[in-house]
Ligand binder design. Structure first.
Ligand code: HEM
Length: 275
C-alpha cells in the first residue's frame, strides 16, 4: 500500500493544505475531493487510514488528527519499503471543507508542461527542486493507461511518429502499447518497473527511467524540457544519488502546507465526516 498512502498525503496537502480534506466523504449537494475526476477510482488506501484512526481513537480519543495520520503513514510506508526516514512535525488539524472542483484546480495534471508543474507546486510553497524531487514518488505505484495513452496513439505535436510522442523511447513505447492497447484506458502499468519488486522498489529508478526517455506520464517526460530539470534528473539518477535525502527534505516541506487562514479546524472522530 506504500504508493497509495504516499499519494493520499500528496493529494491532501495540495488542496487546502494538509488538513485531511481528501478523506471527507461527499454529502448531498457537495461532491468531495475524493470523488473528483482526479481522484475517483484512483486514490487508494482509505480503509487502511480508517484502521489506524480506529486504533488511535481507542487509546487516545480526539487527539491525533486524520491529517497527521496521513503524514505519518506516508513516511512510515516509505520507510517500510526501504526508503530513508524524515521527521514529521505533528499538530495538523482536520478541515471541514472538501470540494471536488478545488482538487481539479490544485492537483497537477499528467499532461502538464514543466512551467505548469512549477506553478502548481509554487502554489503550495514548494520550489522547482521540490517539484522534480517529489516527482520521484513515481518510483512506486501504477498509473492507468488513460493518463498517458495520448502519448502512444494521439500525439500530434512536433515530430510525432504515427501518433506517438517522439520524446518517448521508441522501444519503450512498444512495450507500453502492449500493456495499453487502444481503448483500454483502465489498464494499469508501473510508473517505474525497475527493481526487484516492480512498482514497489523505492530507489532512484524513476530518475534513471526519466533520463532514458522512459518517463511514462507527459509530466514525467516534461522534467527534461528545462535545463534545471534535466540536470537535476541527472544528479538524482547518478551513482551517488542524493534522492533518499532530498525526498525526505521535500516531503517534510510538503507536509507543512497550511490550511487556509481562518479555516475551521478540528480533530475529526471519523476521517470520513466532520464532527
Ligand atoms: C508532478 C506532478 C504529478 C503528476 C502530474 C502526477 C500524476 C499522477 C497520475 C496521473 C498517477 C496515476 C493515477 C492513476 O491512474 O490511478 C499518479 C500516481 C502516483 N503518484 Fe503522482 N503525480 C505527480 C506528483 C506526485 C508526487 C509529488 C507524489 C508523491 C510525493 C506522487 C506519488 C504518486 C504515487 C505513489 C502514485 C501511484 C499511486 C498508486 O499506485 O495507487 N505523485 N500520479
Amino acid at each position: 500500500m506504500a504508493a497509495a498512502l504516499l499519494r493520499l498525503h500528496f493529494h491532501d496537502c495540495f488542496v487546502r493544505g494538509c488538513d485531511a480534506s481528501v478523506l471527507l466523504d461527499s454529502t448531498p449537494g457537495n461532491q468531495a475531493e475524493k470523488d473528483s475526476l482526479a481522484n475517483a477510482n484512483s486514490l487508494r488506501g482509505f480503509a487502511q487510514i480508517d484502521q489506524v484512526k480506529a486504533k488511535l481513537e481507542e487509546v487516545c480519543p480526539g487527539v491525533v488528527s486524520c491529517a497527521d495520520i496521513l503524514a505519518l503513514t506516508a513516511r512510515d510506508a516509505i520507510v517500510k519499503i526501504g526508503g530513508q526516514s524524515w521527521v514529521v512535525y505533528l499538530g495538523r488539524k482536520d478541515g471541514v471543507v472538501s470540494v471536488a472542483s478545488e482538487s481539479m484546480a490544485s492537483l497537477p495534471s499528467p499532461f502538464a508542461t514543466y512551467t505548469q508543474l512549477v506553478q502548481g507546486f509554487a502554489a503550495v510553497g514548494l520550489n522547482e527542486k521540490d517539484m522534480v524531487v517529489l516527482s520521484g514518488g513515481h518510483t512506486i505505484g501504477t498509473t492507468k493507461c488513460g493518463a498517458f495513452s495520448q502519448r502512444l496513439y494521439g500525439f500530434s505535436g512536433p515530430g510525432a511518429i504515427n501518433g506517438t510522442d517522439p520524446t518517448l523511447d521508441p522501444e519503450y513505447a512498444k512495450v507500453l502499447k502492449q500493456q495499453c492497447p487502444q481503448n483500454a484506458p483502465l489498464n494499469t502499468v508501473f510508473l517505474d518497473p525497475s527493481g526487484s519488486f516492480p512498482g514497489q522498489t523505492y530507489d532512484k529508478g524513476y530518475f534513471d527511467a526519466v533520463k532514458a526517455n522512459k518517463g511514462v506520464l507527459a509530466s514525467d517526460a516534461a522534467l527534461l524540457t528545462s535545463s534545471f530539470g534535466a540536470s537535476l534528473v541527472a544528479v538524482e539518477a547518478s551513482a551517488i544519488s542524493p534522492f533518499m535525502t532530498d525526498f525526505g527534505v521535500s516531503m517534510q516541506k510538503m507536509g507543512m502546507a497550511a490550511a487556509p487562514k481562518g479555516a475551521v479546524l478540528q480533530v475529526r472522530k471519523n476521517c470520513h465526516f466532520v464532527n
